[in-house]
Every structure is written in C-alpha cells, then in structure tokens.
Design a binder for this molecule. Sequence first.
Ligand SMILES: C[S@@+](CC[C@H](N)C(=O)[O-])C[C@H]1O[C@@H](n2cnc3c(N)ncnc32)[C@H](O)[C@@H]1O
Ligand code: SF4
Length: 458
Amino acid sequence: MQVPLALVTKYNRPGPRYTSYPPAPHFRPDIDAEAIVRLLQEDNLQPKLGPLSLYVHLPFCRSLCYYCGCHMMVTHRPEKIAQYLKYLAREIALVARWVAPERQVVQLHWGGGTPTYLAPAQIVGLMEVLRAHFSFADKAELGIEADPRGLTKAHLEAARQAGFNRISFGVQDLDPKVQQAINRIQPYEQVAEVTHWARELGFESISYDLIYGLPHQQVAQFEQTIRRVIALGPDRISLFSYAHVPWKKKHQRLIQEAWLPSPAEKLQLFLRAVELLTTEGGYRYIGMDHFARPEDPLSRALDEGTLQRNFQGYSTHGGTELYAFGISAISQLRDAYVQNVLTLPEYYAALDAERLPVGKAYRLTEEDLLRRHVIMSLMCHFRLDIADVERRFGIAFAEHFADALAQLRALEADGLVVCTPEAITVTEIGRFFIRNVAMTFDAYLSVPSDRPLYSQTV
Ligand SMILES: C[S@@+](CC[C@H](N)C(=O)[O-])C[C@H]1O[C@@H](n2cnc3c(N)ncnc32)[C@H](O)[C@@H]1O
Ligand code: SF4
C-alpha cells in the first residue's frame, strides 16, 4: 500500500490519539474519591450489566530508555516492587467490593513500565489476587507487555501459568547505532530467542512494538529492522511515531535534537515501513499504528465491524467498562473517566486511608457521550451510520454537526472519506488519517496551550 507523501505532509499536525473522548488533558482534579465510589456503585446496579476489562499498571524498569514517554521509574530495589504489589492488592480488593460478582472479565492487560520486571513468582501471585476478586470468562484475552532484555524463559512460563495468552515485546529498532543513542541495547538474537520461547509456550498472539523517528534512524537501516521483524513473523505490530516531548519528559533531553531525523525523513521512515509491512510482510493496516496478519482476530474484527478501542489501543472484544489499577492508570466507567494519582507516596497514602487513589476524573455530558460515540465508531468501524446515531441520541445529524460536515468536505475532496446522507465512510487511505477525521467532531480542540498537547496525527 502506498500512502501519498503530499497527503501526509498536508494532514500531519498535533492531534489526540482518542483512547478516550474527551482526551485525558481535559480530566480535572476537582473530584473526590467518594463520588467515584458512588459512580462505581451506580454502574454495578444497572439492569443490564456488561462484561469487564481490567488494566494493571506496573511502572518499574531495570534501566531508562532515553526516548521513553511512559509513566515509569527505574529501581533496583526488590522491596520497592514488593511494597507496590501489596498496595495493588489493596486497591484491587477495594474496587472489587463494589463490582457485581456476576460480571465476567473478558479482557485483562498488564502494562508499564515493564510487567516482566516482576519476578516469575510475583507474576503468578498478582494474577492470583486478581482471580480471587474477579471472575474471568473462559476465553478472556489476557495480555502482558514484556521487555526482551533480562527476560528469562521462567518469566514466560510464569505468565502462561497465570493464564496470559497474548504478549507484546518492546523491540523499537534493531540497529546498533540507534540502540546506543536510546540506551537500549537489544540484539536481534535476543528478540528471536524470546519470540521462539513465547511460541513454544503457546502464547496465541505475539506482538512487537516498533518506533519510527528515533535518533540516527535512516531509511536503509530501518528497512533492515523491518525485514528482520517480518522474518520473525509476529502476529501483530504496533508502529509508533516517536513522541519527543522533552518539556514533559526531562530525560528525553539525553537525546540530542541534532540526532533526530527531520520531519521529512521521519515521514519517509513511516511510509517505507508501511510499504514493507503491507507488501513483503503481508500485514494489514488496521488503523492508528496497528498492523495485523490477515488471519489475526484483529483483522477479522475489522472486517466484521467489531473492533474496539480503549487506553491500550485497538482490541477485538473488551468489556463495557474498564477498571484500572496502579499509579497513573485510567478507568473508564459508564459515563466517567477516572485517572489514579501519579506518585507512589500519594497512592500509598490514599490506600492506607482506605480511599480510592483518585487523581483526576471527568464526568461526560450528554453532548460528550454523543461525540464519543461518533468518534469511536469512526475510529473502530471506519463507518458511521447516520440514522443509527439519530435514533440513539435523538438528534438531527446534519444540523447538529453542520460544522463537522463542512470540515469533512475538504477531507472528502482529498479522498479520505465519502459522505452521503446515510453514512460517513472512511476510505482505505483515509484510515491513515483517522485522527484527522475524528478531530472534525472534537469539541475540545481549541483549548489554548503554549506547547502542543498532542503528538502528530500521522
Ligand atoms: C511500556 S513500553 C513496553 C514494555 C517494556 N517496557 C519495553 O519497553 O519493552 C510501551 C511501548 O511504548 C512505546 N513508547 C515508549 N515511549 C515512546 C515515545 N516517546 N514515543 C513513541 N512510542 C513510545 C514503545 O514502543 C514501548 O515498547
Ligand atoms: S520503553 Fe519500556 S523499558 Fe524502556 S524505559 Fe520505557 S517502559 Fe521502561
């Protein structure tokens, strides 16, 4: 697949990733923990209770990758990790008190930081805590993020024993010069070995994270990384655009700006990677950074219109609500988002007082719920059925969204969408610009800020 450079240049601008709507910068600190407990209770007293998704944030890493934008911390003190796990168990128990016992968990994800920095016995132990408080569906999707460096077969065996059936490995780039500049030395052989173990142990899905736009990346060398990745054959690939935000993540100053590819070079890296993955690799582009094999459930979900999106990106089936544990983790309730506090002292103090460790939250208005539905339908199904929206929300679409439809006409002229009175359909090429399509329905884009709030859309 070829994405025209002229279109990428025209549409590449800062924009939200729409893992939530409204996006996280709009969450506010003026909400108290008791109000959240009431919302949790209300959600679990609904006449029709849907299944659940869970997320656990494990922030610890062995060493610092200079590009890292995640909420993480380096530690070499095992007792610090053990203490965090004790408090996680307390948070899980506190939330589970309000959850209707008949609700089943259909999806669980451990992210970080580095979940596989836990010892194998800690991986099994934490899953036992979760299973003691929640009931899991037989075919639940259980995913864990893993760093190939320092990973042993015993870690993967523990993850399988705990029930994990999906794993994603941080790969980023296989070129030694790039790896040196980002402080992440990770030879190809190491990635090959952990992939082999994961297959042998029966993980149903293996995914790789790659990043384009890293220091010293050049098209010829990146092609080699992509070809070696294709040869290892992961089921899915996330190809992230490097978000360089040194004003937010101070350690990114360890990467000299002069080492970074220019915006034009960065686009070339992206375009070449897409071309190789979709031709030589045989992967399908799903949407927003995600590629999957045609036979992968994510590809099938795209065809069947059942793709979903939450804070971890795209998935095949998630719960109606997402309960998230650990520092910085974001829960999605029926009509609210809740983000936990960011630091360990705040987290421990709240739990010592038997309080939910709530940092920020956002209660959605009726208008937010409508716009969220429109944006998530476009992001996941790449098609919006206008009569369906009118029925669900009791609005006249053309009148309500006159501004958005006017903006969409320019995107239609560039072949990114097709608008009829019945539906808005995102074209094959338009899927690469899905954030730009979604942005036409975003009521919060004009909030002033001296620094871009969001990464580039392509
Ligand atoms: C929590 S890490 C994955 C697990 C493990 N910590 C590791 O690095 O192998 C999540 C992923 O986010 C991506 N990432 C981190 N910082 C980024 C940034 N500044 N821009 C784009 N992607 C980034 C990387 O691809 C990384 O693998
Ligand atoms: S990329 Fe992964 S291993 Fe590296 S610092 Fe970030 S969370 Fe830790």
